[in-house]
Design a protein around this ligand. Structure first.
Ligand code: SF4
Length: 341
């Protein structure tokens, strides 16, 4: 897949106070990307697109360079203690991306140039929790890989945690432009995770993202670079022939991964669910969507933030759970299934 190249970039004036802000400006200018100014990275006006689908696609090609003023970290259950804010959004167009709900109608990409402030806050959290280990998630609000070739934010963060005895870093991606991260001094303190799905689901719903084969190849390179590896299989769907499609995924993974990857390997499993709000958004952005979102086929469950979601009924959940866990145990006997929701 070709690299993400923004169609336009916006800079907050304060971004120029930081070396990375200035470097990014030089780099984007050399790439002949039109550069505009924005008073705040939170309120960007001037991204074209009148109807929801157009506004969404234009935003996905827009890069905003800003300063993260509030460096308070949100909690990040169940995969980590805190979210580490590096970026938001991504150029992928997965129909079920939850960021389409949380980032509003124009989910433009945003990168934060004051990485030193963010890492200083991480140090403060580690000190608070000492001697326990504190875990930080770098992909709670973005897929941070597509902009990495421009910013180097992930490499910097990985090397920072490489030097920490009380901190661990993890992030997840669907993207494969990972070569610049293979030589980062991670010291085994970053878990590099890939989000996977059955090839058919990727093809039908994860637009503008690399294929399953490309992701598996990138994961193998990451494993050979000595990173602890992880996979998020999500969202898992129950459809006609789902078992054989997911079996192909696990078999392809087992055939491709080097033996070293099996020493410390995790899986996180998330079944498909949706809220009424997400469904309305998806229908607005992708009016021809074939995503299965019939409320009558699901069980309504109250969520922890007060809104309800539609999940698979208990019987389907149990079938998925039994099948997925048996696949993991037979193909990767030493791996840890961290959770299935
Ligand atoms: S790759 Fe991840 S962050 Fe990007 S659109 Fe897809 S689900 Fe959302």
């Amino acid at each position: 897949m070709s690299r993400f190249v923004p169609v336009r970039a916006f800079f907050e004036p304060a971004a120029f106070d930081y070396p990375l802000g200035r470097e990014l400006h030089t780099r984007l200018e050399a790439m002949k990307i039109p550069i505009l100014s924005t008073g705040s990275h939170n309120r960007v006006t001037g991204i074209p697109g009148k109807i929801p689908g157009e506004a969404y696609r234009e935003a996905k090609q827009t890069l905003v360079v800003g300063v993260r003023k509030t460096v308070d970290f949100s909690p990040c259950k169940p995969s980590a203690h805190y979210q580490l804010p590096l970026a938001t959004s991504c150029p992928g167009m997965c129909e079920y991306c939850y960021l389409a709900t949380t980032l509003g109608k124009r989910p433009y990409l945003r990168v934060y140039v004051n990485i030193e402030d963010v890492l200083a806050k991480a140090s403060a959290h580690m000190a608070e929790h000492a001697p326990a280990i504190t875990v930080f998630e770098g992909a709670a609000t973005s897929d941070p890989v597509p902009t990495e070739y421009l910013t180097g934010l992930l490499a910097k963060t990985i090397e920072f945690f490489g030097g920490q005895s009380l901190g661990r870093f993890r992030f997840v991606t669907k993207h494969t432009d990972v070569d610049s991260l293979l030589t980062a001094r991670h010291n085994g303190h970053t878990r590099f995770r890939f989000s996977l799905n059955a090839a058919r689901i990727i093809r039908d719903y994860e637009h503008a993202t690399p294929s399953l084969e490309e992701r598996i190849a990138a994961a193998s390179s990451v494993a050979r670079a000595g990173y602890p590896l992880g996979f998020i299989v999500a969202p898992i769907f129950s459809f006609s022939g789902w078992r054989s499609e997911y079996e192909v995924l696990f078999k392809s993974l087992a055939n491709a991964l080097p033996d070293t990857a099996r020493r410390d390997l995790t899986f996180e499993l998330i079944t498909h669910r949706f809220t009424k709000r997400a469904k309305a958004n998806i229908n607005a952005i992708f009016p021809k969507t074939t995503l299965p979102m019939a409320e009558e086929d699901r069980t309504f469950k109250f969520g922890q933030f007060g809104y309800g979601k539609y999940v698979y009924p208990a019987e389907t959940m149990n079938e998925i759970k039994d099948f997925m866990l048996s696949q993991i145990h037979s193909h990767f006997p030493g791996a840890k299934a961290e959770y299935l929701v």
